[in-house]
Design a protein around this ligand. Sequence first.
Ligand SMILES: [Zn+2]
Length: 271
Amino acid sequence: MNRLVFSWPNGKVGALTTSWDDGTIHDRRLIAIFNRHGIKGTFNINSGVLINRAKKTVRYNYVSAKEVARLFKGHEVAVHTATHPFLWRSPDSMIFSEVVEDRRVLESLAGYPILGMALPYGGPDDERVKKVLKAAGILYCRPVAKNENFELPADFMYWPVTCHQSGDFVSLWEKFLKSPNQEKLFYLWGHSYEFPRDNNWERMEEFGKLTGKRKEIWYATNMQIYNYVTAWRSLSCSVEMNCLENRSGVEVWFRLEGELKRIVPGQIVKL
Ligand SMILES: [Zn+2]
């Protein structure tokens, strides 16, 4: 049994994060639902062709550049490449440009460094692609792969979700609440245009009522999860395991022989 055990911030027993692709105008209604229920979203946007390009179909009606900062405030804007190509079939130099160009435009709109990403069309766990994404500054990347469990990824550059919004999130959430896993994370993804397309916005109201505003759950964007877990993983523990140093910029919580403790950035604590 480990003396030192992971905890989510403030001793919360689980975390919930969500991820939404393509940046259509339906993100507006989704965010309104999430804000009512205290749920956070990461919104993966194609800057090149999508922003400001309103087409006549519901599917292709995108948010405008000028609303990005206000609409996604309190949530996260992330990369989905400039033009939504199949990355694993593209040359390295094109992958690099697609990501950096998307970052450049989105950062100028959102006002902060944008280092998170969702792969367009999902895609395989491809070492070549990941190498280029890292070179372009990306810290985590979400495919469409789902694992229907609540594990944190060993490799954030290929971070599978728990389930798609069309999946059976009710029974998965029940399993999640019962899971004794200290690091448990529930990770939902989808596209907001799926709700008007399938005429089932009530699904997200249901999701909000089911999962939102619970004291024991941490509601975080993808990047907040990445930051926290990476800070935990990079804590420096002495060889004799009697002291711990936090070299990161993130306050980290943990349990020592069952007792909840925290270590602030720069601090060394005796164990
Ligand atoms: Zn997409």
